[in-house]
Design a protein around this ligand. Structure first.
Ligand SMILES: *Cc1c(COP(=O)(O)O)cnc(C)c1O
Length: 231
C-alpha cells in the first residue's frame, strides 16, 4: 500500500478508472467511483470530500448512520448502501441513501417500499445478483430475476436503477470478467422485458475494476485500493 497519501491514492484510482474507460472505448464520464469507506473513520471521508470525492459506500447501517451524523447538516455526500439488508432496518435506510445496491429479496423490497412511502420518498435501488450462486453471499438468483425485477418495478416507493454483482474472489481480476459480462447481458434482457431503462451496472472492486469497466460498469466500488486494508 506504499507511502502515498490517501488523497494521492484516490487521485491515482481516478486516473486509472479513466484510463480503463478509454482503453475500453468508453466515455470516462459514464463511470463513477464509489469510495468504499466501511470500517474507516469519518476523518478519511472528510479528507476525500475536501479533495472532491462525493460518492461513498458503506456496509453497516449503524456505522453509516454515525458517519452521516458526523457529516452534520451540510450533506453533500451521496451515500451508497452496499451491505446485507435486514427488514427491521428498512426505516433507517429509506430516504437516507442516494442508492441502495444490495436489494435481493421481495420481503426486503416490500419493507423498504413501505417506509419510503411513509416518508414520501422514492428510494433508488439496484438488484444484487448472485451470479455464481454462492451460498454465503447475498444476491437474487438469476433465474428469478425477471419476476423479481418486475415486482420491484411495480412498487411505487422504489426506483429500480440497475444491477449489482460481487463475483467470486480471484487473484487475477481477468477471471471475474465473464461474470461482469453476464451481468451486463442480464441488464439488457431486463430492459427489454420490462420496457424500462436501467442506467446502472455496479460492478468492480479494488482487484477487478478495470475488467468491470471494460464490460460496462457505471459504478465501481473501490475500498482497499484507496483507504488501505480495513482495520
Ligand atoms: C467492501 C466492499 C467493496 C470494496 O472492496 P475492496 O476490495 O476493498 O475494494 C465493494 N463492494 C462491496 C459490496 C463491499 O462489501
Amino acid at each position: 500500500m506504499n507511502d502515498q497519501t490517501l488523497v494521492q491514492r484516490w487521485r491515482q484510482t481516478l486516473d486509472d478508472i479513466e484510463e480503463a474507460a478509454r482503453k475500453a472505448g468508453r466515455d470516462p464520464a459514464r463511470v463513477s467511483l464509489v469510495a468504499v469507506s466501511k470500517l474507516h473513520p469519518y476523518q478519511s471521508i472528510a479528507e476525500l470530500v475536501q479533495a472532491g470525492q462525493l460518492d461513498f459506500g458503506e456496509n453497516y447501517v449503524q456505522e453509516a448512520l454515525e458517519k452521516q451524523a458526523e457529516e452534520g447538516t451540510v450533506q453533500r455526500i451521496r451515500w451508497h448502501f452496499l451491505g446485507r439488508l435486514q427488514t427491521n432496518k428498512a426505516r433507517f435506510l429509506a430516504g437516507r441513501f442516494h442508492l441502495i445496491h444490495s436489494l435481493d429479496r421481495l420481503k426486503m423490497a416490500r419493507a423498504l417500499n413501505s417506509k419510503s412511502l411513509d416518508y414520501g420518498v422514492r428510494q433508488p435501488v439496484l438488484i444484487q445478483v448472485n451470479l455464481a450462486e454462492e451460498e454465503q453471499k447475498g444476491g437474487a438468483a438469476k433465474d428469478d430475476l425477471s419476476r423479481f425485477a418486475g415486482e420491484i418495478h411495480g412498487l411505487e416507493g422504489l426506483k429500480l436503477r440497475g444491477l449489482m454483482c460481487m463475483p467470486p474472489f480471484f487473484d487475477d481480476g481477468e477471471q471475474a470478467r465473464p461474470y461482469f459480462s453476464r451481468l451486463r447481458k442480464l441488464k439488457e434482457v431486463l430492459e427489454r422485458d420490462l420496457g424500462i431503462d436501467l442506467p446502472h451496472l455496479s460492478m468492480g472492486m479494488s482487484g477487478d475494476y478495470a475488467q468491470a469497466i471494460a464490460e460496462g460498469a457505471t459504478l465501481v466500488r473501490i475500498g482497499t485500493r484507496i483507504f488501505g486494508p480495513r482495520p
